[in-house]
Design a protein around this ligand. Structure first.
Ligand code: SAM
Length: 273
């Protein structure tokens, strides 16, 4: 109950401080938001194939032995649960997957790193956004990583490399530089802070880093606030489900903007754009 009240309060604060893309003066940030609202859909056939994979997983009653790595789940409380239950609680929803694909497409990413593969659904959206990019994706649960690997070896046609192990260990084995990084694993403030310092040397000079679920908990809001103060961050966009961080841009002062779609603040219209 307290958590629900906190979430409602946090959502109100987000709404009050947010603006529509029409109030944004930076061409770089405006272009990202334009790309996100681009109505062109992803290639339909591949998307149908991906959603079929999700449906098959959701219907799977096989029991998995899973330790919650990172912050404990807010909805699942048993360590033995069915594969379908695990997918329902962990996989990125379709509308957010499409947003992710548009972000990675806008970045023209060539090398992508994902922390938290789970069953490879987010990885598949990354692949749909940039089909020729090389993706490294790290997952700590061996049984989950095997399922993701089986799917991705078909779906991503050799472009996705599933690495099984803990983030902290596996990050030592990858080189980068990555021009797009998606963090969707350990939803704790201290873990996120530590990961960011391990990730910094792996980033390309101009990198887009996307942090998922930044309003999931007080800890994640804290992690997002910490991130915005880092010296190497040029600008940040709070899109509620995602936090987008840009590096390597010449932006003074640093921009930190919360954004809502126009229908949520219809009076913030764009007259000239
Ligand atoms: C929210 S799920 C990822 C969802 C996935 N990105 C998607 O879009 O479908 C988080 C995953 O990260 C893994 N994970 C969490 N903390 C980890 C850690 N410290 N090292 C390795 N894997 C971790 C969990 O096992 C889980 O499968």
């Amino acid at each position: 109950m307290a958590n629900l009240a906190w979430k409602a309060w946090d959502m109100i604060l987000f709404y009050l401080r947010s603006q529509t893309k029409h109030r944004i003066d930076s061409p770089n940030l405006y272009a990202i938001l334009e790309a996100m609202h681009d109505a062109t859909s992803l290639e339909g056939k591949r998307l149908v194939e991906l959603e079929q994979y999700r449906t098959e997983l959701l219907q799977n009653q096989e029991e998995l032995d899973i330790n919650d790595l990172g912050a404990p789940s807010q909805v699942r409380d048993r360590s033995r649960r069915t594969l379908g239950e695990e997918v329902r609680g962990s996989a990125i929803p379709t509308f957010q997957g499409k947003m992710l694909a548009k972000l990675v497409h806008h970045q023209h990413a060539e090398r992508i790193l994902e922390l938290g593969t789970s069953f490879g659904i987010g990885t598949s959206f990354l692949h749909l956004g940039c089909p020729n990019a090389a993706i490294d994706t790290i997952e700590g649960n061996i049984s989950v990583a095997k399922i993701a690997d089986g799917h991705l070896s078909r779906f991503a046609n050799g472009h996705a490399n599933v690495i099984n192990g803990m983030f902290v260990d596996m990050l030592k084995t990858v080189d980068g530089p990555y021009d797009f990084i998606f963090i969707d694993g350990d939803h704790r403030r201290s873990a996120t802070r530590n990961l960011l310092s391990d990730l910094r040397p792996k980033m390309a000079p101009t990198c887009m880093l996307v942090l998922h679920d930044i309003h999931w908990s007080k800890g994640m809001v804290g992690a997002w606030n910490d991130l915005q103060t880092l010296e190497w961050v040029s600008a940040t966009l709070d899109l509620y489900h995602f936090g987008v961080v840009l590096t390597g841009l010449d932006m003074d002062p640093k921009h930190a903007i919360s954004v809502v779609p126009r229908w949520m603040k219809p009076w913030q219209l764009g007259i000239f754009r």
